[in-house]
Ligand binder design. Structure first.
Ligand SMILES: NC(=O)c1ccc[n+]([C@@H]2O[C@H](COP(=O)([O-])OP(=O)(O)OC[C@H]3O[C@@H](n4cnc5c(N)ncnc54)[C@H](O)[C@@H]3O)[C@@H](O)[C@H]2O)c1
Ligand SMILES: [Zn+2]
Length: 803
């Protein structure tokens, strides 16, 4: 190890620091070596093999180790240097070997050139507490007992790569990467291709308004900024690389760096690189007093300045900005990994100075990482309710954005190809907040040749039917065997039992699988070991109401038992019946009894629920109610023409056609017939004892009522000839406001629509509008259709989305 030289940093170990124990020294060596390796992959090759979060964690460990053992904190430690490979070591460009980087591009290192003034990195904090500590320290030193009113500039931290632009007499004469902070690589030719960066500064026009700062173009100025690749263009760009047989970039930052450091500037020119400036280095010929003012000057010369800079007075202001960007992390055109806070006054900046690595007058607040790397163990496919086949990635479980992720959808085969991921790859996984996790890209450098490409199955993994797109040109492929495909059937069965349909609590996801797809989860070895396949007790929903408890005695499902914390092999277990023991024979489980009780009960549910249970496309609860109210029987709906269906208030053409088409399929009609034969009620008896007190009235119920559930209040309105609507408009006759009512109550007041409480509602139901002092103005109702039609269509959309 080289001799420890005295560094300007105040963090250099005290000469009398006790020697660290052997173990700590070992760990330090390992960590430092590992970090340097990652720095090389990241800065020199633009192809990191671990995520930034993982890198930061390693660096943190090193910082903590050095805090515990200050003698380890040598000037060349990765904690003390500006990250970057040693440019000077590759000084002789003539002799330098061309590097073929893993992104398939060849370049020779660019000539090393010194910066006029050093380019530093930034120190990081990872929590609001740490930020407050920095704030306290910085303001304390800044004040120095002088009572200075320190102000802070908050900026978006742009995740790109830093460049230093030297302008002499207004001309861009040199552009360098940051390198090790003292010496960077000459990338002048490449930077010149970025249209946003002026080759010639513009003399600011004479200021007419007082806010514009005009400073004449100086003799010399170093402008620091960040080159980035716009997020919006990244995915498309990566896909085009994969198409050309080139490996994709891991993320936009590495893509920006790789694009800038091209041997052939033409290639750089073809990339949509952008830049924003965030500092000034050496300068002669002008003065600046605050950093924010410096930005105004730079803007005046035609340089791109971020629109997100804002000066604030105190910690509260800083925290407000941190929270703001936390919420808008994905609304910016560049990747944002944090917020940079800088002391605005240059004189105060000087008083605070810098360490060997970073200024003390600035800090980067970093958000929790949203990207991690993990292994893609497999790509499997899922068959949905309408037969759509979607591949999804199965990954080594990993923590990201506060949850454990082990699966991520890949949407379709085309998407898998676009992303260029192989089974076995190390992949970059991204999870942003509540958004569903996404596989971003493979880490190509980690490949060892054992990875294999995903092959989209040609046949349905559930029923073996040949897959095909529904229409020509569809990206999705489907299993056309809608009738008996176990995967599709189990989804329909689950839907049929859901709250908006028959509402059969005992028929949940697992029971739906047991009834229709008992081999779901069958392990590969099951065939080899001669374990017979079990036929489902239901080959379609038609037989649901014909089931008897004894039919379920032999139903088994595949389960992976967990015993004493250990994960065991998958095995078949009885589902509806208990396991027979030496003493007791197998008998129906308690939940199985409940299932049959509920199946009995739902036979007399209202017609609209039966309609929803049929899984007719676009027919959700709203459309089903409209149909049931109008036609009152399944037979009438079945015989209705498209025109007749479409004429129903709340049923549009799409729904009408979908209903007609559904009844044109013979096995669909068979479902209805067999359910009817098994005693499922197929008509709503008009209870003549209920007076049609609300004929022609549109009623909105909002908030919760004591005596009615949501469904019951709707039912009560509809059976009395009224219309139950979900939104308040001028056409609404009355709004019933229960507890915790929200915006609808306010809207009613605003529009002057009469409002009733629950008591009033009961009176209205019994005696009609006159009973609650409302004039009978139902004549208007003929024109009030549009609103409820929109409701029904919205309901239909919701339903379609679930497909
Ligand atoms: N994954 C890996 O293998 C790997 C390896 C090395 C480094 N890294 C990552 O690189 C980063 C460390 O690099 P670093 O030294 O550039 O530190 P940094 O990214 O934490 O911060 C310093 C840099 O931020 C940039 N910056 C962006 N917006 C700015 C603004 N508004 N004002 C001032 N500066 C701004 C500047 O270029 C500056 O040099 C870490 O995030 C680390 O995770 C990753
Ligand atoms: Zn199938």
């Amino acid at each position: 190890m080289t001799a420890v030289t005295k560094s300007s940093s105040d963090l250099t170990p005290a000469a009398d620091a006790p020697p660290p124990p052997e173990q700590a020294r070992h760990r330090w060596n390992d960590l430092a070596a590992e970090l340097r390796e990652h720095q090389f992959a990241y800065y020199a090759k633009d192809a990191p093999t671990i995520s930034d979060g993982e890198y930061d964690a390693l660096l943190r460990e090193l910082v903590e180790l050095e805090e515990a053992h200050p003698a380890l904190r040598v000037p060349e430690s990765p904690t003390q240097t500006v990250g970057g490979f040693d440019v000077v070591a590759e000084a002789d460009v003539e002799q330098a070997e061309p590097i073929v980087d893993d992104v398939g591009e060849v370049y020779i290192p660019f000539a090393p050139v010194d910066h006029r003034e050093r380019m530093l990195s930034l120190d990081n904090v990872f929590s609001e507490e740490e930020l407050a500590e920095w704030y306290a320290r910085a303001t304390d030193v800044a004040d120095g007992g002088l009572g200075v009113d320190v102000r802070f500039l908050t900026e978006a931290k742009i995740d790109g790569l830093a460049v230093n632009l030297l302008y002499e007499q207004g001309r861009l004469t040199r552009a360098l990467t940051r390198g090790d902070g003292r010496t960077g690589e000459d990338v002048t030719l490449n930077v010149r291709t970025i249209s946003e960066i002026p080759v010639e500064l513009t003399q600011p026009a004479d200021a007419h308004d007082e806010d514009t700062v005009t400073v004449p173009i100086p003799e010399l100025v170093e402008v620091r900024g960040e080159v980035f690749f716009p997020v919006a263009q990244f995915e498309e760009f990566n896909a085009s690389r994969v198409e050309q047989g080139l490996p994709p970039f891991a993320n936009p930052r590495n893509c920006a760096a790789g694009s800038l450091r091209q041997k052939d500037p033409q290639v750089t020119a073809s990339r949509p690189l952008r830049m924003l400036v965030h500092g000034i280095g050496a300068r002669t010929g002008f003065d600046i007093f605050t950093q924010s003012e410096a930005y105004d000057i730079l803007r005046g010369w035609g340089l791109p300045v971020s629109p997100y800079n804002e000066v604030v007075d105190d910690l509260d202001g800083i925290l407000r900005r941190v929270r703001y960007f936390g919420e808008h992390r994905h609304d910016l055109e560049h990747e944002l990994d944090g917020v940079v806070v800088k002391i605005d006054q240059i004189s105060v900046q000087r008083r605070l100075g810098s360490t060997s690595r970073a200024p003390r007058w600035a800090i980067a607040y970093k958000y929790p990482p949203e990207e991690v790397t993990t292994t893609l163990l497999d790509i499997r496919v899922n068959v949905g309710r309408t037969g759509r086949v979607t591949p999804y990635g199965v990954m080594e479980p990993v923590q990201v954005a506060g949850s454990t992720v082990e699966m991520a959808t890949l949407h379709n085969a085309h998407e898998v190809e676009r992303k260029g991921v192989l089974i076995g790859d190390t992949i970059v996984l991204r999870k942003a907040g509540d958004v569903i996790p996404e596989i971003l890209a493979p880490v190509v450098d980690k490949r060892d040749g054992t990875e294999r490409a995903f092959v989209m199955p040609t046949h349905c993994p559930s029923c073996g039917t040949e897959l095909a797109p529904q229409k020509e040109g569809d990206k999705d492929i489907r299993c056309p065997n809608a009738r008996t495909c176990p995967a599709q059937l189990r989804e329909r069965m689950f839907g049929l039992a859901s709250r908006g349909a028959f509402d059969i609590e005992a028929l949940g996801w697992e029971a739906a699988i047991a009834l229709t797809d008992p081999e779901a989860g069958r392990p590969e070895w099951a065939d080899e070991r001669g374990i017979p396949r079990e036929d489902p007790v239901l080959a379609g929903e038609a037989g649901l109401f014909d089931l008897r408890p004894e039919d379920l005695a032999g139903v088994h499902v595949w389960r992976q038992p967990k015993r004493k914390g250990e994960v065991e092999e998958w095995e078949k277990q009885p589902f509806f019946y208990t396991k027979a023991t030496a003493k007791t024979p197998s008998k129906p489980r308690a939940t199985t009894d409940v299932l049959f009780t509920q199946l009995e009960k739902v036979r007399s549910q209202p017609l609209w629920r039966v309609l929803v249970a049929l899984s007719i496309r676009h027919v959700g609860p709203t459309a089903a109610r409209a149909l049931a109210t109008h036609f009152a029987s399944m037979q009438a709906i079945r015989e209705a023409s498209v025109e007749e269906l479409a004429a129903v208030e709340g049923v549009g053409g799409t729904i009408a056609e979908s209903v007609r088409e559904w009844f044109d399929v013979d096995w669909h009609r068979e479902i209805v017939d067999r359910w009817a034969a098994a005693g499922v009620r197929m008509a709503d008896e008009r209870d003549e004892s209920v007076e049609r007190t609300l004929e022609g009235m549109t009623v909105v119920v909002t908030g919760s009522l004591q005596g009615f559930s949501r469904d019951e209040s709707k039912e009560a309105i509809i059976t009395r000839g009224g219309k139950a609507s979900g939104s308040v408009s001028k056409k609404t006759h009355v709004v019933v406001v229960g507890e915790n009512a929200g915006s609808k109550a306010a809207k009613a007041e605003e529009l002057g629509v009469p409002i009733l409480d629950e008591e009033g509602f009961v009176a209205l139901l019994a005696g009609g509008p006159a009973a609650v002092g409302l004039g009978d103005d139902s004549g208007e109702s003929e024109t009030s259709d549009t609103e409820s039609t929109r409701d029904a269509e919205a309901g239909a959309d919701e339903q379609a989305e679930k497909d």
